[in-house]
Ligand binder design. Structure first.
Ligand code: UT7
Length: 326
């Protein structure tokens, strides 16, 4: 088995900014409530002409540039998303075409906000076993397209963006040390979009009932998140033969500042070692961890040999954590 790691990262966020003040014009909310309950201040919104594959493509180009690998060298593209351009073909196929990654296999992966960790686990195994040399994992979302901007419970939380990572062989002992993935389908009702699938195809009724928008039981998801962020990270650390004290950089899913705070308290991670960008981007689901990772790299926060912990959770319910030696 080969050692495999992240050899390049990139991100793209749309230009348009939606602030808390803007949201207060749309629904009965205010900056004080949003900041104190979530930590969010603004989020990015895709332009009318942009869809998830466009965001994904731009993040991928930057990740390829930083890796020194060309699109032609890619063997596999995995796009983790709950907002594909369309039901099929997959967004990964659209990105493959835009990149000109002619020899790459391509598929989408659906694990909601834990999608990027699931994607890393999947794509890294192809490199580890020698089946492939270079794989590209992208977390990309246009959540603004599935958000009900008349529902104050959800519309303040979500934003659009994309982050990408190129995976390839690395020196022995470096790269991914462990993965911890999990799912609990008994929580399927807590966070979902019901409309437009095979159980509830799009109809006049599903549109009228707003079944094509995100539904979330925020309080229950919050409780689950607080429990699972710490435990998933601890499991991944144990599998890697490491302890909380070894963590040099902690990159959590950016769902709520209070959830992140409770996770770093449990893991005894000082806030300086935690990547937090939710004030600027809010929750971008599968894109949140790779965007944060790309920003950490841009800001020089990742040094060779660092122990990096990624952890995410989301609809399904799903969760995932990974320990990486950078
Ligand atoms: O990546 C996907 C995973 N999703 C998450 O991780 C989200 C997890 N959940 C959360 O982050 C929090 O539950 C929320 C931020 C969604 C809500 O915070 P909360 O402290 O759990 O508030 P709450 O749901 O208990 O609501 C408290 C009050 C309610 O009013 P009443 O019923 O007590 O009168 C809400 O109607 O706050 C009200 N409220 C708002 N008020 C102003 C809900 N949304 C808003 C709003 N502005 N935007």
């Amino acid at each position: 088995m080969r050692s495999v790691g992240i050899i390049g990262t990139g991100k793209y966020v749309p230009e348009r900014i939606l602030t808390n003040e803007d949201l207060a014009q749309l629904v009965d909310t205010n900056d004080e409530w949003i900041v104190s309950r979530t930590g969010m201040k603004e989020r990015r919104i895709a332009a009318e002409h942009e869809a998830t594959s466009d965001l994904a493509y731009k993040a991928a180009v930057r990740a390829l540039e930083s890796s020194g690998i060309t699109a032609e060298q890619l063997d596999l593209i995995v796009v983790c998303t709950v907002t594909p351009d369309m039901a099929f073909p997959s967004t990964a196929c659209l990105v493959q075409e835009k990149l000109g990654a002619k020899k790459a296999a391509a598929f989408d992966l659906s694990a909601a906000c834990a999608g990027f960790i699931y994607g890393l686990a999947t794509a890294s195994n192809f490199v580890k076993t020698g089946i492939y040399n270079y794989t590209l994992v992208i977390g990309a979302e246009c959540l603004s397209r599935i958000t009900d901007y008349t529902d104050r419970n959800t519309c303040v939380l979500f934003g659009d963006g994309a982050g990408a990572a190129v995976l390839g062989p690395v020196a022995d002992g470096r790269g991914f040390q462990s993965f911890e993935l999990g799912a609990d389908g008994t929580g399927q009702e807590l966070l979902k979009i019901e409309g437009g699938g095979s159980r509830l195809p799009a109809s006049v009724e599903t549109l009228e009932d707003k079944r094509h928008y995100i539904y979330m039981n925020g309080r229950e998801v919050f409780k689950f998140a607080v429990r699972i962020m710490g435990s998933a990270a601890e499991e991944a650390l144990a599998k890697a033969g490491k302890t909380k004290e070894d963590i040099d950089l902690f990159i959590p899913h950016q769902a709520n500042m209070r959830i992140i705070q409770s996770a770093i308290e449990r893991l005894h991670v000082p806030v300086e070692k935690c990547v937090i960008n939710l004030p600027r981007y809010a929750n971008t689901s599968a894109a949140s961890i790779p965007i944060a990772l790309a920003e950490a790299a841009e800001e020089g926060r990742l040094s060779e040999g660092d122990t990096v912990v990624l952890v995410g959770f989301g609809g399904g319910l799903t969760w995932g954590a990974s320990v990486i030696t950078w």
